[in-house]
Design a protein around this ligand. Structure first.
Ligand SMILES: Cc1cc2nc3c(=O)[nH]c(=O)nc-3n(C[C@H](O)[C@H](O)[C@H](O)COP(=O)(O)OP(=O)(O)OC[C@H]3O[C@@H](n4cnc5c(N)ncnc54)[C@H](O)[C@@H]3O)c2cc1C
Length: 162
């Protein structure tokens, strides 16, 4: 099946969902695909610096993220063997605090925001290739119905009876 869209985005977490929301708000027909099904987690710790909080505000998702219930952090501490640093966050766009938000609800909030903005977010879909015409990317190939974390079973070696 061939479909048309102005923009197709591979991945629908921090980068993909925010790009989808921003472009959809500007009137583009956006489809973002991700093999994940949200809410789902990914490899990451959970600290948002003040710059990250400011980005959420710019993307129009901060209110939704605050409802997840993460408290504002006024001070940061980073330590390692022989080294430690503590202090306040440098303000960005007037935000002088950080937050610690688990990725599953954070990413789900980003996806909901992109959908509210009019983007189509297709879960369980993976981009498997880029279509080229005259040296330009003109589309993508997508595999539908993928379950994250599940791979095709490897063929088992044949068993021989003793
Ligand atoms: C161990 C660790 C700790 C971290 N701790 C922090 C932290 O405390 N604070 C912080 O701000 N940042 C942290 N980061 C960085 C942060 O996780 C990344 O900057 C952020 O996740 C990047 O967002 P992203 O949307 O670009 O990518 P991701 O969050 O990685 O999302 C990419 C998405 O693309 C999808 N995808 C991949 N291939 C395809 C495909 N072919 N087709 C469709 N979809 C596809 C994946 O399923 C995934 O959902 C950490 C990172 C790591 C690894």
């Amino acid at each position: 099946m061939v479909e048309q869209a102005d923009v197709v985005i591979a991945g629908a977490r921090c980068a993909g969902a925010v790009a989808a929301a921003t472009l959809a708000r500007r009137g583009h027909h956006v489809i973002a695909v991700d093999p994940a099904r949200f809410p789902s987690t990914t490899v990451s710790t959970h600290l948002l610096f003040a710059g990250g909080v400011a980005e959420l505000a710019r993307a129009g998702v901060l209110e939704r993220v605050e409802k997840i219930g993460a408290p504002r952090l006024s001070r940061a501490f980073i330590g390692g063997p022989g080294h430690a640093a503590a202090g306040a966050f440098n303000p960005v766009d007037g935000f002088d605090y950080g937050m610690c938000v688990r990725r599953a609800p954070l990413d789900a909030a980003l996806v909901e925001t992109a959908r509210d903005a009019g983007a189509e977010i297709r879960e369980g879909h993976r981009v498997t290739g880029v279509l080229w015409e005259n040296g330009r990317a003109v589309g993508v190939r997508v595999r539908v119905g993928e379950r994250p974390g599940r791979r095709r079973p490897r063929p088992r070696p044949e068993r021989t009876r003793p």
